[in-house]
Design a binder for this molecule. Structure first.
Ligand code: TXA
Ligand code: MG
Length: 359
């Protein structure tokens, strides 16, 4: 166990002295949890193999699940890749700093452990001022998976981080709630056309417009179970999962089918109420009132007209369910447009593919 020090840093008025402390810990091979615009990250100096190993230990993360490298400049990025093409820089120009992770061929400067031995590496430039300044002060790339124990929902605030990592990391930087609440979008640009490996805070529609071609959205990216060889190594493992059982009820048409989703969930609740003491429902602001008469816990995750808020509330809600001791929770699905794709990916995985589709 280590003594975890919490440094409160206001992103709008960064206390450089505090950030220097964190940068020094990273330079000396320690672990630092820092905010990004998506979720909190568990950082280590990329070139320090021992420090990187600690990340896998602390998170209890399988060694074959590669890490995202975080950079604060394009120069830093250029040293990590080989044989770049124009397309990369077009995307960087438009979306960095921001929630876009690019997969490209790695250079010799990337240690094997970081990319789990794969010939490709994942890199992004975070848009959070604290993250950017921290990497800048370190002067070297920083690897950072989400700062949760493997299998848990990614942390969007400091309480989540401490729940999972207190006593396991040297420094935790507290800069309040993260902006997006879901992780970055991961795109493999070595494939032609490019392949979406993980939908995230940057909608795939925006990416398609920028690259001027259709991006392949696999079933894995949509959050369905994968068969055979994994595309994104991390997708093989159970993710985002609360202790509670989760059942996602989906439809192909939320405009006209939403009432049927509600009806189905009400049926399921009455069917399960004999078997479980504590039942919950995750619903949208539009529909939560339709469960008010039932003896269950109701979690309003936000309006269907503002998926930005739904995404922001997602992991928070999954963690709250466990705090409330809910045993089974039924979740209304969302349309897979814009942030809806990332939301459904996380929900399907969190449910361990326990989904019901009605038409
Ligand atoms: O928003 C984010 O991306 C956050 C913040 C902290 O930056 N980070 C994050 O990292 O979500 P992590 O480790 O929780 O998720 C990284 C995902 C994993 O699913 C991993 O398998 C995939 O990226 N990945 C990393 N390197 C890869 C590679 N070379 N090829 C394919 N997938 C890769
Ligand atoms: Mg993660």
């Amino acid at each position: 166990m280590v003594n975890t020090k919490v440094l409160k840093i206001d992103p709008e008025k960064i206390d450089i002295d505090k950030l220097v402390i964190a940068a020094d810990v990273l330079k000396n091979g320690g672990l630092v949890v820092f905010p990004t615009e998506t979720v909190y990250g568990l950082g280590a100096l990329m070139k320090n193999i021992e420090a990187v190993k600690k990340i896998f230990l602390v998170k209890n993360r399988p060694m074959d699940n590669p890490l995202i490298i975080h950079v604060s400049s394009v120069e830093m990025f250029n040293k990590l890749i080989e044989k770049p093409v124009d397309k990369i820089y077009r995307l960087i120009e438009k979306f960095w700093p921001g929630p876009l992770t690019i997969i490209w061929w790695r250079s010799k400067n990337v240690p094997d452990i970081v990319s789990a031995g794969l010939p490709k590496v994942a890199i992004r430039m975070p848009a959070h001022p604290v993250a950017l300044k921290l990497i800048d002060l370190v002067g070297e790339p920083v690897v950072a998976p989400s700062a949760n124990r493997s299998g848990k929902p990614s942390p969007t605030n400091i309480e989540h981080v401490l729940e999972d990592l207190l006593g396991l990391v040297e420094i935790v930087i507290d800069s309040g709630d993260t902006l997006y609440g879901v992780e970055s979008t991961i795109i493999d640009l070595t494939a032609d056309p490019p392949v979406l490996l993980r939908p995230g805070a940057l909608p795939v529609e925006a990416l398609e417009e920028a690259v001027g071609e259709k991006i392949v959205v696999t079933d894995t990216a949509r959050g369905y179970r994968e068969y055979g060889e994994a595309v994104a190594p991390g997708t093989r493992y159970r993710h985002y999962a609360p202790e509670a059982e989760l059942v996602v009820v989906e439809t192909s048409d939320y405009r006209y089918g939403l009432n049927r989703v509600v009806t189905k969930i009400r049926e399921l609740i009455s069917e399960y109420s004999g078997k479980y003491n504590r039942i919950g429902v995750i619903c949208s602001s539009e529909t939560c009132s339709k469960y008010m008469d039932l003896d269950i816990k109701i979690y309003d995750i936000g309006s269907r007209r503002d998926l930005f808020i739904v995404a922001r509330n997602l992991f928070k809600t999954l963690r709250r369910i466990d705090h409330d001791g809910v045993e089974i929770v039924f979740v209304e699905g969302f349309e897979e447009k814009g942030l809806g794709l990332a939301i459904m990916n996380r929900l399907r995985k969190a449910s361990n593919y326990n989904t019901i589709k009605i038409d």
